[in-house]
Design a protein around this ligand. Structure first.
Ligand code: SF4
Ligand code: SF4
Length: 617
């Protein structure tokens, strides 16, 4: 299980964690939406937890497994880091928090300070050996991981001594039996990983941070006011209770740390502590001192504390606690414990877990520097990316640890270019929009004019007593007048109510075959058909089909021959045609018969007159 994870639902992609991680274990690669923590590269320093202001990073929680242990019938011992004095300024007497822990169901509550005493003695022995070799203390797991992963050449310089947590676990097993299970409680995240690194020593079942301990108190409703005092179970430590301060282990071991005669340098506090490792790596021959290194400014400022806001107040709390403990300290008992457990195995080994990445070739680095517009200025830097120089940043891009857009300067320039492009395209869009608006206005006016004309045309068409229909080359009606619709009967009138003017209707669905064949004929030939009679059921229609636009648009005038007006008109027209034909004949016969012909004309004219008179009536 990974020690730390990022919740994408909470992550805002601000990149703070990426810039903060001292070993670049948090990557944001091309194509990744959110950063990701590489567990293999992570040293468990916890810096990212504080850097993320959105609570998107969380660490592996162990409360569940501890609760399972406490609910079982197994005996469980809590081994508590002395930093607890800095964690609970709200608790009046340390014996109260001992009882609170006991109330959770722990059989034994033992302070780690006796383990510190044993470890401190081992350090004194090692440092006083004066054999020309110098050591780095191995008490801070983050520093040990850093050396194993990023400075493996120093593995031989890591003090081969177990941590106070491991030493205490050994003592507990020796004192209370191997069947006792152990839960560590402290301010350290990396200690959670340490529980699985027994290295042949007593196993630790789980490690809780003080934050998790408080969560358990809350869940079980455990308060100081409801409880009596109770002291730690033996063995009790002496100066080991100063361990939360970075020089506490030296004090506990009475190791000389004076400037003139001392042989130990203490380094602490984030990046400077890692730089101290690098300094040891490069210059130990000139420095010639042992290094006591803690990643944080003492464990009392560790990431598992619920707050790390005031170092000096916390240091004062630790010192008060240590003094209080020493006031009634039983040296005799302590000496006896040292005699009893002083021979436990304190040895430890380390293994390389090299996470250093290959450096890309110079061409690749130069290419990236050029891309981010930092060509030739690779040694300077603004520091915003979290790397030591633009070159280091370019190397990290080449190693796939980060993306070019995490360079603020480059991202800002790109952003500005992008904004300028957006402005330009916005301006163009505005102009196009204005042109479109004007075009739309013109089209609206045109449309309104056409509509007016169409209305007028429709009105004129509707005034024509004969049926008028205009169709396109697919025989789809483009226009028809009221008389045409009335001619076709009630069913077509209903269609007209839905589709006014039958516009778009298929003529073939409106009229019988003999009718629309005339239209097809004119479309195909382009020849007009004048005055053709078509019998449809009870109706005799007189149809004239004519081409308006050759093979594209044709129109027709349709008249019902049985309406009185048409009938009279037709009779007059037909009689006129007979007269004309007869006249032709008469003219031819006239030569022969003389005025006989003029009589016939007079007679026929009187018939015409008679019909005209009837029509007027
Ligand atoms: S715990 Fe430390 S090393 Fe691990 S990801 Fe966070 S900042 Fe990086
Ligand atoms: S600091 Fe938090 S919010 Fe910002 S990128 Fe990292 S995980 Fe996401």
């Amino acid at each position: 299980m990974a020690l730390l994870t990022i919740d994408p639902k909470k992550c805002t992609n601000c990149g703070n964690c990426v810039r903060t991680c001292p070993v670049h274990a948090i990557r944001i690669q091309v194509g990744m939406e959110y950063p990701e923590i590489s567990d293999a590269r992570c040293i468990g320093c916890g810096a990212c937890l504080e850097a993320c202001k959105y609570g998107a990073i969380d660490y592996q929680r162990s409360t569940g497994e501890v609760e399972v242990l406490l609910e079982s019938k197994i005996k469980v011992a809590a081994i508590v880091d002395p930093s607890i004095s800095g964690e609970f300024p709200d608790i009046t007497d340390y014996r109260k928090f001992v009882e609170m822990i006991r109330s959770l169901g722990f059989e034994y509550v033992i302070e780690v300070s006796f383990g510190v005493d044993l470890v401190a003695m081992a350090y004194k022995k090692l440092f006083d050996g004066k054999k020309g070799k110098y050591y780095i203390t191995a008490n801070c797991p983050a520093i040990v991981y850093f050396i194993e992963k990023y400075a493996p050449s120093l593995l031989g310089n890591l003090a081969p001594i177990i941590t106070p947590m491991m030493a205490t676990a050994n003592v507990v097993k020796a004192m209370y039996g191997n069947d006792v299970h152990i839960v560590h409680i402290g301010p350290c995240l990396a200690a959670k990983r340490e529980t699985s690194r027994t290295n042949g020593h007593a196993g630790i079942d789980a490690s809780l941070t003080f934050e998790e301990l408080r969560a358990l108190f809350t869940a079980r409703n455990i308060h100081e006011s409801q409880l009596e005092f109770s002291d730690f179970d033996p063995p009790i430590g002496r100066l080991g209770s100063l361990y939360p301060l970075s020089t506490g282990i030296l004090e506990a071991g009475e190791i000389n740390q004076t400037m003139t005669n001392g042989n130990v340098i203490t380094a602490e506090g984030g990046t400077p502590s890692l730089k101290a490792v690098k300094s040891f790596e490069k210059h130990i021959d000139q420095i010639r001192k042992n290094f006591n290194i803690f990643y944080n400014e003492g464990c009392v400022m560790g990431p598992g504390m619920t707050t790390t806001d005031d170092k000096h107040q916390r240091n004062a709390l630790v010192l008060d606690y240590a003094k209080k403990r020493l006031k009634y300290f039983d040296f005799e008992k302590w000496n006896e414990s040292v005699r009893t457990f002083g021979s436990i195995d304190m040895k430890r080994t380390f293994a390389s877990d090299d996470q250093r990445l290959a450096i890309p070739d110079e061409m690749k680095i130069a290419e990236i520097l050029k891309l981010i517009e930092k060509e030739g200025i690779d040694s300077s830097h603004c520091g915003n990316c979290g790397f030591d120089s633009c070159r280091e940043f370019a190397i990290a891009v080449g190693q796939g640890l980060t993306r070019t857009d995490t360079c603020y300067d480059f991202a800002l320039k790109n952003k500005n270019k992008y904004i300028a492009t957006l402005r330009e395209s916005n301006k163009k869009n505005q102009e196009e929009l204005q042109a479109l608006k004007e075009e739309l206005k013109r089209l609206r006016e045109e449309y309104s004019l056409i509509n007016d004309k169409l209305d007028t045309s429709r009105e004129i068409m509707n005034q024509i007593p004969s049926g008028v229909v205009i169709v396109d080359d697919k025989l789809k009606v483009t226009s028809s007048n009221r008389s045409f619709i009335e001619l076709l009967g009630d069913e077509i009138k209903e269609i007209d109510e839905i589709i006014p003017g039958l516009r778009g209707a298929d003529l073939k669905t409106l009229v019988p075959v003999q009718f629309y064949k005339l239209f097809q004929n004119t479309l195909a030939t382009g020849e007009n058909i004048i005055s053709r009679d078509v019998q449809i059921d009870e109706m005799l229609l007189n149809v004239s089909v004519f081409s308006i636009k050759k093979s594209k648009i044709i129109g027709a005038i349709v008249r019902d021959m049985y309406t009185p007006e048409v009938r009279n008109e037709q009779i007059i027209q037909r009689i006129t045609e007979v007269i004309d034909q007869n006249l032709e004949m008469v003219q031819q016969i006239g030569f022969l018969l003389g005025e006989g012909a003029s009589k016939t004309e007079a007679m026929l004219n009187s018939v015409i007159q008679l019909h005209k008179t009837r029509k007027k009536k």
